[in-house]
Design a protein around this ligand. Structure first.
Ligand code: ADP
Ligand code: ZN
Ligand code: ZN
Length: 704
């Protein structure tokens, strides 16, 4: 290629963060910044292409170096500089922070943050594209439509003032505290986001809005576009094509777009003039990336706000216990929206004891619906109102069993059952996706009597339809929404009143504004009460609160709104807290439990995960890793604890044995200190333990 050395006589040595796989990047000093020769007038943050071995890879100019990192090698030239403005110092800082905190390389985080086209396409193709984008932004923008700001309620007004107050702080005042905007769905949080955004746009700054799920992007996007005009708004989520992703990235990066709305990855976006960061539904677990670089977008948003000294708003009706605890200690501010706009009622909560079903004929399995719930559904049907049944398990039945020999539909590749899907008559593994036609007879004994055990959404749909034949029943879950646009279509049918009973997984509990639903029922919420995952009760409460918020959104129906719960533990305090609509009391109880058990947010956790063909080999690696870690921990105060390796609940996935090891420490810094030193030891240990295929550190893991 055309080397930088032809253009100008003056050359310098530049450290370039390159996109290297973690296991290579983490060798040596743990960095992925390599030395290259390039023009002296280059700047940190510039996107470049550099030779690496026989390949050419993308990179980010990271720092000017006096001497090359490795003096023994002849410096190679930076091959090309991309025709886009350099990444800002604040972006580089954010990438460096994320790399350090989550134990990855800078290059890895940087490449995650950049659209694939920017990293992979030929430089002249990128140049042509940038020209096209430039020309487009010159065209007259379509004005924003219909959508005028509302007159705020007193509570909204106070919340808005709390968000905006740091904007007028002097430059030498401390970074603003993150603000929890605590309010149920429908309490007017989005209106506060919109008006706060307007104020920030008026000051010539940009706004980042994070949403947990791609399914929720279109609705919020529509409201932001209606308020500010589509030309001002860019988005970023996983359903965009590479071309769309590059174009939207450029609009935010170049400052043409003033609002960026996206899912978790957008927290690594380039927004040079950011003045406000909003994290909607901040408690949502999907803010945590679950593979590769396991970062928390919520936490990185807070860090970003701190680095840039801009306000961060965390919105939720059921804040994460981490955030709630920060509010209790005063490190975060809090503004509360206590009422739904137009109505202050909360659905009546009815708890059904599934151990006290009316007598039924011997040998008959328990019904899907308690007779009282069934009567309530019939009642809604008669009145032309809608109902929502929530069951967090898709498929027909989680397992098939042979009545005569006890064969079960195990996955041959995982330590898990394969789920029976009636729609396409398959047995499907939800861990490795291994799929087969459902057998006609037992594969072991040939008996034809194989029975579905348990209940998923498909079976619930069948049973509801049988008991209420006149009802129009629609199921929405990951299986019914695979094709593009199908979710929107199905939701439209609900809104249009073409559906009487909607059955779905947690997907339908989130965000959607169903006007005619007056009954919401959780069919089997008990799994979340006694799960091995310490966060399960927190999640369940959030989900049920959110689901309850679906009922009676229309003030006319509010008086009749009900939330039903079918449970074997009717006396559980979680249900009582839900009935009382009392998040604060419930959070206090959960926090006491966490404190007593030494769990987050009072303890900081990290997991070392590893996998390989043989469980014993993986465990041997983890045992050695533990020894190495304990040596390092011995000289750290307070010393992190390293627990012995264990198998996770699903220990084998796609023929690989998974094992993990927990680290905990009361001090985040001390834990970080250990991880930073431990990483290089792990790289070396992996080289000795050939039976390990992969390992990864998970800092602040979601489940343990
Ligand atoms: P949330 O984001 O908390 O779910 P929204 O901001 O979407 O709440 O508000 C719920 C509904 O109330 C929306 O239809 C919104 O347009 C309306 N709304 C919000 N604030 C006001 C207000 N101050 N006056 C009138 N309507 C409002
Ligand atoms: Zn059998
Ligand atoms: Zn499997």
């Amino acid at each position: 290629g055309d080397s930088a050395s032809d253009s100008d006589g003056k050359l310098a040595c530049w450290g370039v963060a390159v996109d290297l796989p973690a296991h290579i990047a983490l060798g040596g000093d743990g960095a992925s910044v390599l030395s290259y020769r390039g023009a002296a007038e280059l700047q940190p943050g510039q996107l470049v292409r550099v030779p690496l071995g026989a390949r050419e890879v993308s990179g980010v100019v990271w720092e000017r170096q006096d001497t090359p990192a490795d003096a023994s090698v002849v410096l190679r030239d930076i091959a090309a500089v991309l025709p886009v403005p350099p990444m800002t110092a604040d972006w580089c800082q954010r990438v460096a922070f994320a790399a350090r905190y989550y134990q990855r390389s800078q290059g890895e985080i940087a490449s995650l943050a950049l659209p694939p086209q920017m990293r992979q396409d030929a430089v002249d193709a990128i140049a042509r594209r940038v020209q096209r984008w430039q020309a487009k932004t010159g065209a007259a923008p379509k004005p924003a439509q219909l959508e005028a700001p509302r007159t705020l309620t007193p509570e909204q007004h106070e919340a808005l003032a709390a968000v905006l107050q740091p904007l007028d702080a002097s430059a030498d005042s401390p970074a603003p505290r993150p603000l929890l905007l605590f309010g149920v769905t429908g309490s007017g949080k989005t209106e506060v986001y919109l008006q706060a955004s307007q104020a920030v746009l008026d000051r010539g700054q940009q706004v980042l809005v994070l949403v947990p799920e791609i399914n929720l992007t279109p609705q919020l996007l529509a409201r932001f576009e209606a308020r500010f005009g589509a030309h001002q708004v860019a988005s970023q989520h996983s359903a965009m094509t590479p071309a769309q992703r590059a174009a939207h990235w450029w609009r935010a990066h170049s400052g043409h777009a003033r609002v960026l709305l996206g899912t978790r990855l957008a927290v690594l976006a380039s927004l040079p003039e950011v003045g406000l960061i909003i994290v909607d539904e901040e408690h949502d677990p999907s803010y945590k990336q679950q593979d590769g670089a396991r970062y928390s977008a919520r936490d990185l948003a807070v860090v970003w706000g701190h680095l840039r000294r801009v306000p961060v708003v965390l919105g939720s009706a059921t804040p994460s216990l981490e955030t709630w605890q920060q509010v209790q200690t005063g490190r975060y501010a809090c503004a509360t929206l206590s009422q739904r706009v137009g109505s202050d009622a909360w659905p009546a909560v009815r708890v059904l004891d599934m151990d006290r079903l009316p007598p039924r004929a011997q040998g008959t399995p328990p019904p899907a619906l308690h007779p009282d719930l069934q009567a309530a559904l019939a009642d809604r049907l008669e009145r032309g109102e809608q109902s929502l049944l929530l069951l967090n398990r898709r498929g027909y039945a989680p397992v098939l069993e042979c009545v005569s020999c006890g064969w079960k539909s195990a996955c041959p590749h995982c330590s898990a059952w394969r789920v029976f899907h009636l729609g396409d008559r398959t047995l499907r593994c939800h861990h490795c996706s291994f799929t087969e036609r459902v057998p006609r007879a037992c594969p072991d004994c040939g008996d034809q009597d194989i029975q579905p055990i348990g209940r998923g959404t498909e079976r619930l749909q069948e049973q509801v339809q049988q008991s209420l034949p006149q009802a129009r029943v629609l199921r929405i879950d990951a299986d019914t929404t695979r094709s593009q646009g199908s979710l929107a279509e199905q939701l439209a049918a609900v809104h249009a009143g073409e559906v009487d009973i909607l059955i779905g997984t947690q997907m339908v509990a989130k965000g959607h504004d169903f006007r005619r639903i007056t009954l919401v029922a959780a069919i089997n919420p008990d799994g979340g009460l006694f799960s091995g995952d310490f966060r399960a009760p927190e999640r369940l409460f959030a989900l049920l609160m959110q689901a309850a918020g679906r009922a009676g959104r229309d003030a006319a129906h509010m008086a009749r709104a009900e939330m039903w719960l079918q449970t074997h533990h009717p006396g559980h305090p979680l249900f009582a807290a839900l009935a009382a609509h009392d998040y604060a009391a419930h959070a206090a109880t959960l926090l006491d439990e966490r404190r007593a058990a030494g769990l987050p947010p009072f303890m900081h956790l990290a997991l070392l995960r590893a996998e390989g063909r043989e469980g014993e080999a993986v465990e041997a690696f983890l045992r050695d890793a533990r020894e190495a870690g304990r040596e390092i921990a011995a000289v750290i105060q307070p010393a992190p604890t390293l627990y012995p390796p264990i198998a996770p609940p699903v220990a084998r996935v796609a023929n690989l044995e998974r094992r993990q090891m927990l680290l905990e420490c009361a001090s985040r810094q001390a834990l970080q200190h250990l991880l930073a030193q431990w990483r290089a030891r792990l790289v070396a240990l992996k080289a000795q333990h050939r039976g390990v295929q992969r390992w990864a550190l998970d800092v602040d893991p979601q489940g343990i």
